[in-house]
Write a protein that binds this ligand. Sequence first.
Ligand SMILES: C[S@@+](CC[C@H](N)C(=O)[O-])C[C@H]1O[C@@H](n2cnc3c(N)ncnc32)[C@H](O)[C@@H]1O
Length: 260
Amino acid sequence: MPPSEPVWLVGAGPGDPELLTRKAERLITEADIIFHDALVGPAILDFARPQTELVSVGKRSGRHSKDQDDINVLLAEAALAGKKVVRLKGGDPSIFGRSTEEIEHIAAFGIPVRICPGITAASAAAASGIASLTLRGLARRLTFVTAHARKGETIDLDWTALAAPDTTLAVYMGRAAAPTIAQRLIAAGRAADTPVMIAVNVSLPDERLIRGRLDALAFLTATISDDDPTLLLIGEAVCKRLSSCSAGLLPPKKTLMQIS
Ligand SMILES: C[S@@+](CC[C@H](N)C(=O)[O-])C[C@H]1O[C@@H](n2cnc3c(N)ncnc32)[C@H](O)[C@@H]1O
C-alpha cells in the first residue's frame, strides 16, 4: 500500500522568513524530513522541529551536491518509509524548480504530491525596488526566462520575442550570461537604453539592487559573485531614472546603485 501522506513541494520564497506563507511555515514545522535547496537559509530552516531531519540537496551555480535523479529517489524512499516529507525549494516550486521531474517520480509509486506556492524572486525583486513588473500601456507582458545553459551549450532563446519593447523580462540564473543577453537583445532590436535592475540576494540582509541601462549590463554584473543569487529585470517598468522610480521611498537598509 502506498503512503496516504502526501509529499509536499513547498516554496520557501526568496529568503526572508517573513515572506514564507503561513502554510509553508506549518508544513515545515510538521515535517519529519526536509530536503532543501542551498538557497533556503537557516532563518527558514529554524522553523523545523529539532527532531526533523534536514537534508541539503542544494544546487548552486553548477556545483551540484546531488543529481536530480538522486533527489527523486530520496524523496520517494522517505515517503515510502512513512515519513512526512517536505521538499523545500527557493522561491516558487513551479518556476525553474524542476518540480515536474520530482512529481512524476513520486507519483509513479502511487504517492500523493501537493504543492505549496511561494513568492518568486521576480516578485520579491520588484517589491524591494518599489517597482512594478507591468506598466499600463508600456509593459503589457511579463516573461520569466532562464539564461542557464549546460556547459558548452549556447543559450537557446527566442531573442526576437524577448526584445519586444512592451515586455518586462525577469531573467533567472542570468548573471554569467549577462553580456550575451544584453548583446543579443540589442541586436534583436531592444533599445540600448532599456532600464535594467539587477537584484542580488533579494530580501536577505545583504540585498543589493543595481539599476542602469541594458547596454551596461555586462559592466553592472561584472563584480557579482557566482554564490550570490542574482535576478535581472529588464524593461520600461523597471524605470529609466532613479528620480522617476520613487527611489526616495526605499527603506534605508537597502543598497541601491544607479549607473546610467
Ligand atoms: C533554480 S532558480 C529557482 C527560482 C525559484 N524557484 C524562484 O521562484 O525564485 C534560482 C535562481 O532564482 C533567482 N533567485 C532566487 N532567489 C533569489 C534571491 N533571493 N535574490 C535574487 N535572485 C534569486 C536567481 O536568478 C537564482 O539563480
